[in-house]
Design a binder for this molecule. Sequence first.
Ligand code: ZN
Ligand code: ZN
Length: 415
Amino acid sequence: MTALLLILLAAAPARKLTTLERVQVANLERVRADRQRLAMERRRIPPPEGFRDVRAILHCHAEDAAHTAGTRPELLAAAKKTGVSAVLLSDHVRPERDYINDNWRGLRDGVLFIPGSEAEGFLNYPMRSIHGLQWSSRDEYISLIRRDGGLIFLSHVEERLDHPMDRLDGLEIYNRHTDANDETEYRQWFRKALSDPAAWADISGKLERYHEEYFGAQQDYLAPILAAWDRATQTHPLTGIAANDAHHNQVFTLTKRDGRTAVIDSFERKNLGTVELPEALRDRPDGEVLYRLDFDPYEVSFRNVSTHLWVKSLTEPEVREALRAGRAYVAHDWLCDPTGFRFETAAGNRLTAASPVRAHFRLLRDGEPVLEQFTDSLDWKIPSPGVYRLELWLDVGGERRPWIYSNPTYATQQR
Ligand SMILES: [Zn+2]
Ligand SMILES: [Zn+2]
């Protein structure tokens, strides 16, 4: 009896952990073990006939602003290393630079680049340059970006939850920067930790051993944004995409200054403070970097989340068409490779889905959950018309965490 109860308790997911709980070694280790278990369980699912499932990164920065540390060659190397096929850049706009014509475009070493910008609250992927052009309203701006097939997505949706979406191609349903910004408790802890040399040693050791898990510790479910998406898709299809918002700029160093002190720098701000060094570190040469915490190299950021696309070939028109048509899903790839995931309407009155591993399927109609099931496939007769989308959640590190977000499918009639 007691044993059975314990087994049941162990199987049930506990409450959601805080970021500080997630970055404890025991939890990082547990998450690592669960990721390994999922990788073993994984089965291959073929993409629909004629299509490839490719990973794309939207919303990333390189050489575009003083607060961006990463370079385009560095970004390309990370894309190759992490199996990313397409990168849609989102440069901060500077008046002296044309973000379309003075940028990377086309295939480079097997990775497709599409230039674009982050401006006016949107991610913008016009077909050709808009450099030097003027606009006098939001509508005019959207028309300018969309002419001849340009794409426009609402960005940082948390800042504009009621923004009209009728003329947009989609929105960011997950943004890494948004997710990191709400970490008040973690941030307070981290600010304090910076003045403690033992904490530097601790974090640096964790990044060395558990970089993916540590970065992933801030990953949450952004409910207000998903609710805004569900409201907007009631009237108009909108493709949900992931925003990595990668800058490779979360880098902190502790540098020995003189006999007993060291200075804290971040990439964005020099001299955040000084630290009194313990005996053991005092004989290190002045000017030596004692610790370097590099939280967000592109490859860690690219593994954390991406937008998967179904394309016939790796070309700019194909990538644009997949994004426009919503042949896309968002996944936290670091938890388990989602490649092959499918969610479709079949024969007009059925919804089908398949996952490479068993997961908690959470089916929503018009934003309300209608079915929850632990499975690796679904074949479900649609009982009533509506806008359906599917979320897949995994039990990892003792809690249930979001893994895949499908795009919506519209079930209009029953037969
Ligand atoms: Zn930025
Ligand atoms: Zn950005």
